[in-house]
Design a protein around this ligand. Structure first.
Ligand SMILES: Nc1ncnc2c1ncn2[C@@H]1O[C@H](COP(=O)(O)OP(=O)(O)O)[C@@H](O)[C@H]1O
Ligand SMILES: [Mg+2]
Length: 497
C-alpha cells in the first residue's frame, strides 16, 4: 500500500518537473520508466525501493541544475554582453559576440544599455545591425550566406569603432587576419564606402564572363546595408575601370557604387561594386520566357537606348552590346503591377573613339551581333564604331519584340571559308531580303500617320539594323523616337481604361 502511494507521489513529482522543465523531457521520461521497472522487482524491499526512487527523482533534478538550459545560457550571455557595454569594454564585447549567438531581442537590450551609457558608436553599430536584420530581403540573403547575426554586429562594431584607425594609415583592403573579423572588408576612399566581402560564405555566386568573376557582397550602410554585386577582373583592364568610373550615375547604365583595386602578392586586382540586378541579364530573362507586354518591351528598349546615348555622348563605344551585357531588375508592387528596368553593363571592351582602338579584337564581342561592315574590322574608324553598337542594340530589340533571334544572326558570315568580300555581300543580301521591303512599307505608313505602335517599334528596329551604317540613326534620336512609341502605347492604355 505504502509502496503504491510512494510510487504515485514519485510519479506526480516527476510530472511536475516535466511541466516546469519541458526541455528535460528525455531525462524525466527515463526516470519514470525506471520507477515502473523497479516497482516490479523491489516490491518486497520497501526501504530500498524508496531510496532508489528518491535518488531517481533527485538525479534529473541535479542534472537540471548542473547543465543550464539553452535559454538560461542565452540569459547569461546577454547579461555578460550588457555588462561589457556598461563597462564600456570593447574587447570583451567583441570576444563575447565571437563566442555566442544573439537574437533580435538581445539587440534591443544591447541598444538600451548602449543608450544608457551614451556609447554612441556602439549604438550606431547596433542600429546598423538592426536595420539590416529588419529588411526581409537582406535578412533572407544573410541566412542563405550562413552569416550569423553576431558576426554582422562584430563587423558593424569594427566599422564604427576601428575602421578609421586603418584607413588613416592608407589601408583599404582589410584582410580577416588584420581585423580578426569573419570577413575581409574593403574601403573606397573616393566614395568613403565600406564593403563586406563574403568569400568563404555560401550562395554568393552571381556570374562569370570572359573577364570578371562576380559574387555577392554587402554595402555597409547604417540606414540599411544592401546586398550588392562585386565583380573582380580576372585580367587587368584599366580602361574598363576608367570608363566605368566616368559613367557613375549615368542613366541607362548599370548602377556603379565604386571602383577599387587591391594588391595580393605581386598582382593588382581591379574590382567593380554595383547594384545587384536580381533578375539577371536580358539573356537569362529571355530564357525564362517572361511574356512581356508591348509597353514593357518598348520601355526596355528605351532604357537601353538611353544607356547607349550616354555612352555615345561621351564618345565611348561599348563594343559588346548583347543580351548578356544588359542587366534587368523586375519588381512587382502590392497591386501586382510589374516594373522593369534594363541597363547596359560590362564596359570591359569599351573604348573612347578618340583614343587608340585595338583592331585585332572583334568589333563587337558577341559575333552574331556584329554588322556586315565589321567583317572588315581594320577599316572601321572612330564614329563608325558607334554605329556598330546601334546595330547590335537593333538585334537585341528584334529578339525582344518578336521573341526569337533574328535570322541574320549567323556566325558563318564571320568565320566562313569564303573571301571577306563574298561574306560581306551575302550578309548584306540577307539583311536586305529580310528587311528592305518591310521597312519601305512601314515608312509609307509612318508618312501617312497610319502606323500602329507595334509597327513603329518594328520600323525603328529595321532602321537600326540597316546594312548601311549611315542610315541607322544616332542613339539620341532613336531614344527620342522610342520615347514617342512608349508615350503612344501609354496613351492608348489610358484611353482604354
Ligand atoms: N550587377 C550585377 N547584377 C547581376 N548580375 C551581374 C552583375 N554583374 C555581373 N553579373 C553577372 O555576371 C556576369 C559577368 O559579368 P560581366 O560584367 O558581364 O563580366 P565579363 O566582363 O566577364 O563579361 C554577367 O553576365 C551577369 O550574369
Ligand atoms: Mg559580360
Amino acid at each position: 500500500m505504502i509502496q503504491n502511494k510512494l510510487l504515485v507521489i514519485s510519479k506526480l513529482l516527476l510530472y511536475t518537473l516535466l511541466l516546469k522543465f519541458p526541455q528535460r523531457v528525455a531525462v524525466i521520461n527515463k526516470s519514470l520508466m525506471c520507477i515502473l521497472f523497479m516497482k516490479h522487482y523491489f516490491q518486497k524491499h520497501l526501504v530500498l525501493f524508496f531510496l532508489i526512487q528518491s535518488s531517481m527523482f533527485l538525479a534529473p533534478f541535479s542534472k537540471l541544475r548542473a547543465t543550464p538550459t539553452s535559454s538560461q545560457n542565452e540569459i547569461r550571455h546577454l547579461e555578460k554582453l550588457v555588462g561589457a557595454i556598461r563597462e564600456k569594454d570593447y574587447e570583451l564585447l567583441h570576444h563575447l559576440l565571437k563566442e555566442g549567438s544573439i537574437t533580435k531581442q538581445t539587440l534591443q537590450k544591447l541598444s538600451e544599455a548602449a543608450a544608457e551609457q551614451q556609447w554612441l558608436k556602439v549604438l550606431k553599430a547596433i542600429e546598423a545591425t538592426t536595420t539590416f536584420l529588419n529588411s526581409k530581403e537582406s535578412n533572407a540573403q544573410r541566412i542563405q550566406f550562413g552569416l550569423k547575426r553576431s558576426d554582422f554586429l562584430r563587423i558593424a562594431l569594427f566599422v564604427e569603432m576601428d575602421l578609421t584607425k586603418h584607413t588613416h594609415k592608407g589601408e583599404k583592403f582589410l584582410e580577416k587576419s588584420a581585423t580578426g573579423l569573419p570577413c575581409a572588408l574593403e574601403y573606397d576612399s573616393k566614395t568613403k564606402r565600406v564593403f563586406i566581402i563574403l568569400d568563404g560564405y555560401k550562395n554568393i555566386y552571381v556570374g562569370q564572363g570572359s573577364n570578371k568573376i562576380v559574387t555577392k557582397a554587402i554595402f555597409y550602410k547604417r540606414e540599411g546595408s544592401e546586398i550588392i554585386a562585386r565583380a573582380v577582373q580576372t585580367k587587368s583592364r584599366e580602361n574598363e575601370i576608367r570608363i566605368t568610373t566616368d559613367l557613375i550615375d549615368a542613366p541607362g547604365i548599370f548602377h556603379i557604387l565604386a571602383c577599387t583595386n587591391f594588391k595580393k602578392g605581386n598582382d593588382t586586382y581591379r574590382v567593380i561594386y554595383s547594384k545587384l540586378y536580381t533578375s539577371g541579364t536580358l539573356h537569362s530573362v529571355f530564357h525564362r520566357n517572361p511574356k512581356f507586354t508591348l509597353l514593357e518591351k518598348a520601355k526596355i528598349a528605351l532604357d537601353i537606348l538611353q544607356g547607349l546615348e550616354q555612352l555615345h555622348k561621351r564618345k565611348i563605344t561599348h563594343r559588346d552590346v548583347a543580351p548578356r551585357n544588359c542587366f534587368v531588375s523586375m519588381q512587382v508592387d502590392e497591386r501586382g503591377i510589374r516594373t522593369i528596368k534594363a541597363v547596359i553593363a560590362d564596359l570591359g571592351r569599351s573604348d573612347y573613339i578618340w583614343g587608340p582602338i585595338n583592331k585585332a579584337k572583334k568589333v563587337q564581342g558577341h559575333t552574331t551581333y556584329n554588322p556586315p561592315e565589321a567583317i572588315f574590322r581594320n577599316k572601321i574608324h572612330k564614329e563608325e564604331y558607334l554605329q556598330t553598337d546601334i546595330f547590335a542594340a537593333g538585334c537585341i530589340f528584334y529578339q525582344l519584340l518578336h521573341e526569337t533571334l533574328a535570322s541574320w544572326q549567323k556566325k558563318e558570315y564571320f568565320y566562313g571559308h569564303h573571301s571577306r568580300n563574298f561574306q560581306y555581300l551575302t550578309y548584306v543580301a540577307h539583311l536586305n531580303k529580310k528587311n528592305r521591303w518591310r521597312k519601305a512599307e512601314l515608312q509609307k505608313k509612318k508618312a501617312s500617320r497610319k502606323i500602329s505602335e507595334t509597327e513603329a517599334f518594328e520600323y525603328l528596329i529595321l532602321k537600326m539594323v540597316d546594312p548601311d551604317p549611315t542610315k541607322r540613326g544616332k542613339a539620341g534620336n532613336l531614344r527620342e523616337e522610342m520615347q514617342h512609341v512608349c508615350s503612344r502605347i501609354e496613351e492608348r492604355f489610358k484611353q482604354k481604361s
